[in-house]
Design a protein around this ligand. Sequence first.
Ligand code: NAP
Length: 256
Amino acid sequence: MELKGKNVLITGASKGIGKAVAMRLAENGANVLIAARTQSVLDETAKEIADKTGVKVVGVAADVSKLEDLQRLSDTANKEFGQVDILINNAGVSSQYPFDKQPLEDIERLAHTNYLGYVRLIRLVIPQMIERKSGSIINMVSGSTLCDPLPKNFITYSSLKVGLRAFLKGLFWEMRDHGIKVTSILPGVVDTELTDKLQDITKEQKDRLMSADAVVDMVMYALSVPQNVCPLELAVINQQTPWTKPVIDYAQEQAK
Ligand SMILES: NC(=O)c1ccc[n+]([C@@H]2O[C@H](COP(=O)([O-])OP(=O)(O)OC[C@H]3O[C@@H](n4cnc5c(N)ncnc54)[C@H](OP(=O)(O)O)[C@@H]3O)[C@@H](O)[C@H]2O)c1
């Protein structure tokens, strides 16, 4: 896909993987609307991308766990850009608890952000893509969905991502009939602020995690394939185990 002049809506793009994706797309000439909750960080990122690339960058403070914010996000994208050519669903939160200790409100927060946030935004954006018979929807899922059993202390997070992955696989086939591409990215453990918050991670483990750029490469691949094909899922997994600890235990990997 020629990215120059394309309009991209990216959630969770003030830092981490989302920011790296937004920067790379902007460097390739795409206009980007970036969303996250914290206005100050968002403004800084929007300025950094605009200064470096010269494309149109719009920052919208929005919480993807709230339906009214998603509606505002989609309306703003249409107002600013006319249309959304590419939606990158990326905003997500992590949570590490033995299930019996996990606060109820944390379970709800994860479901509203990591599952409903994705599904609802797609529902809001696709009618126009269907009308135009084109569009790409790329979704940051998780490599943890490949683990069976799911990683200890991450079962709520990972099971919601499993549900999301199943939803997106189904959506792939429904949207294929309309000329819309749906791709799930399954990253392993990535060096971002999300993994800074992991309990029990050592500096050495953290330093050896994959960089966000490895994930961006998957997004760029998904957008570079010929018009008549679409990667349904792309997984990019850490190579040097046991460096995925404490998310995925080495013993758990060995047992597979
Ligand atoms: N890092 C990993 O190892 C890894 C592995 C597999 C999958 N993933 C997935 O990749 C995605 C990005 O992860 P990351 O590591 O880049 O995280 P990150 O560094 O913590 O960045 C998360 C981004 O999302 C925003 N965000 C969080 N909650 C939001 C909400 N409710 N509404 C709107 N924006 C929100 C954050 O800004 P605000 O806080 O200001 O809102 C920030 O811009 C997530 O879906 C995550 O599950 C990450």
